[in-house]
Design a protein around this ligand. Structure first.
Ligand code: DGY
Length: 339
């Protein structure tokens, strides 16, 4: 009997998904969530045919150096700025991500942050839990927040998640503006009731600005001090995209000085570290990168990553046709080799 291919899973995963993988592979799954060093990644990847990795695992030339075995890396996330795709492709290693299955859950969460930041949910809950309510003589004009309905929603980055956020805005009777590299097809614009504007106009007009753009070198600090200065003092910024798109120090300064009303952040520069100035502020709602973390969606993401590995390594009904490859040129090269 030939040995099963080896698969490494870099973070604890749902047991039923691991069981699916174990039907085809010899699976080495981490039981504890932790950040791996480049040396650890290099060693683990040298001994396997495929790996399921998380966004904290940086897969680049250093960790792939000398690796002649690895065929496939499945990312547990739609964003893949942790993968050096050019290097993977050069090594003939297929990569995949988890698009679509998380779109609606992430769009829901963008709304959770918008509403929580606008209506001061985090700060008022902390106050209540600290026991301040009894005896506080809470005034009629305490805890005043910002209305969301009827305001202007700005979306920077209008992919599938941005469109999901826009569609939800109809229920809040909002005016929706967006800025994107390319204009949406007319039908989608109509469906989202969204109007394309320049970045500067988006910054100036948005009451709520939600960031949903991919993290690329060009998008580093796409929202820094100059951009924040163009926004309304009453505006709310929401980042569910990636840390590093916002200059967190500049954002903390704007929130502290009152040149921006509030923010909701799910992602941070250098996470899991959070800028200490943000931690000290009450007008920002903070969450630990959980926008896709609903039971159904995280399960669907794990299963999609597993589907990709199973198919890429030639097993299951979709053998040879992984559903969401990032560098399909590698698949073409594999088939050319076989022919
Ligand atoms: C992604 O999939 O890129 C998200 O950030 C994970 O929650």
């Amino acid at each position: 009997m030939t040995a099963k291919p080896k698969v490494w899973v870099s973070r604890p995963l749902f047991p039923d998904v691991l069981a699916r993988l174990a039907e085809y592979f010899d699976v080495d799954a981490e039981a504890v969530e932790r950040r791996h060093t480049a040396d650890e990644l290099k060693n683990k990847l040298a001994g396997v045919d495929a790996a399921l990795v998380g966004l904290a695992d940086r897969i680049d030339a250093t960790v792939l150096e000398g690796n002649t075995r690895l065929k496939m890396v499945a990312n547990l996330g739609v964003g893949f700025n942790n993968l050096d795709l050019d290097t993977l492709t050069r090594h003939g290693i297929l990569a995949s991500n988890t698009p679509d299955v998380l779109t609606e859950s992430v769009a829901d969460f963008a709304w959770a942050l918008m509403l929580a930041a606008a209506r001061r949910v985090g700060a008022s809950e902390r106050w209540l839990r600290a026991g301040h309510w009894p005896g506080s003589n809470q005034r009629f004009d305490d805890w005043l927040g910002l209305d969301v309905h009827g305001r202007t929603l700005g979306i920077l980055g209008m992919g599938r998640i941005g469109q999901g956020i826009a569609r939800r805005a109809a229920g809040f009777d909002m005016n929706v503006l967006y800025h994107n590299r390319s204009r949406l097809p007319e039908m989608l614009e109509r469906e989202c009731k969204a109007t394309l504007v320049g970045k500067d106009e988006l910054l100036r007009r948005a009451d709520f600005l939600v960031l949903v753009l991919p993290f690329t070198p060009e998008n580093h600090h796409a929202i820094g001090a100059p951009e924040l200065a163009r926004m309304k003092r009453s505006a709310v910024l929401v980042n569910i995209a990636r840390g590093g798109i916002v200059d967190d120090a500049a954002l903390a300064a704007a929130l502290r000085e009152g040149t921006l009303a509030a923010a909701g952040l799910d992602v941070f520069e250098g996470e899991p570290q959070v800028h200490p100035d943000l931690l000290a502020l009450d007008n920002v709602v903070l969450s630990p990168h959980i926008a896709s973390a609903s039971e159904e969606t995280r399960r669907a993401m794990a299963n999609l990553a597993a589907d990709n590995v199973i198919a890429a390594l030639g097993f299951g009904e979709a053998a040879g046709n992984p559903p969401t490859p990032l560098n399909p040129a590698v698949l073409a090269r594999w088939s050319a080799h076989k022919a």
